[in-house]
Design a binder for this molecule. Structure first.
Ligand code: 15L
Length: 266
């Protein structure tokens, strides 16, 4: 896999992945609406995931697309529809038109955010239970991936990412943290897998307080988690105190995304 097109490359996960996915002989083709300064082994394209012509051009000659672009949290419906749902359709369609054989789609735990702890570890084939319009867009993206695999033969891997941040941002993330290094290991597994077909896997680290989602599918792809959010727990509790394990944040996989007063106007 020598040329990798990364959409949303200027975003949080894109920025974390750039140095981690860099390899001699590999080109990272970075696409974003924000300006990007390409480093060695990188190319930058300023374009939106809502621009099919630009996406198709950017996809030419790529071996794989890693689709990170779009809103990474809740937003008004029109914005989700345009950037996340139509944008993801355009990413798959551009890949098909340009002959890119594989797409790795950054899905989210919020596609299944209303599942509850009695179902843990949540299976890869758990029914969709989105917790937000954002979660609906991830369900739609997974469905588009299935369509483009079954109809056109693209290999499509959807990673339901839990919480990918440099450090766990809150107590829920002690269970859901997906360290940047583990996230890069997951992408490498997606790039290396031989004929993966269509798959949905969860992306999470080996957290002591984890076990919320199945890692069976990820392991079948060749992913092995190495990091554990527990290393941050003592300091987090010392600074902020500890929330009760039966509190609202822990009632559903999606945590705060399931709260009825979640602000969609961000
Ligand atoms: C996501 O899908 C979001 O992109 C991210 O900002 C976090 O909220 C994460 O899920 C999470 O569930 O922690």
């Amino acid at each position: 896999m020598s040329t990798i097109l990364i959409t949303g490359a200027a975003g949080r996960i894109g920025t974390l992945m750039r140095p981690r996915l860099a390899r001699p002989g590999r080109t990272l083709r970075l696409l974003d609406i924000e300006p990007l300064q390409p480093g060695p082994g990188e190319e930058a394209i300023r374009a939106s995931v809502t621009d099919l012509a630009a996406l198709t051009e950017a996809s030419r000659g790529a071996d794989v697309v890693i689709h990170l672009g779009g809103k990474s949290g809740e937003a008004p419906w029109e914005r989700i529809l345009d950037t996340n749902i139509d944008g993801t359709y355009k990413v798959f369609e551009a890949a098909r038109r340009a002959g890119v054989p594989r797409v790795v789609f950054a899905s989210s735990n919020h596609a299944v955010g209303f599942h509850t702890p009695d179902e843990y570890p949540l299976a890869e084939d758990a029914p969709p239970l989105p917790d937000t319009y954002y979660g609906v867009s991830k369900v739609a993206g997974e469905a588009l991936g299935a369509l483009y695999h079954h109809r056109y033969g693209l290999d499509v891997i959807c990673i339901r990412i839990l919480s990918c941040f440099p450090e766990p941002p809150d107590q829920r993330a002690l269970s859901t943290w997906f360290s940047p290094d583990d996230c890069a290991r997951m992408f490498e597994a997606c790039l290396a897998a031989d004929k993966p077909g269509y798959r949905v896997v969860y992306g999470v680290s080996a957290n002591t307080r984890g076990g919320w989602v199945s890692l069976k599918g990820a392991a079948e792809l060749g992913y092995r988690a190495e990091d554990d959010a527990e290393t941050f727990a003592a300091e987090m509790f010392a600074e902020r105190g500890e929330l009760p394990a039966d509190g609202p944040l822990f009632k559903h996989l999606g945590g705060q995304f399931t709260f009825p007063d979640l602000d969609a106007d961000s």
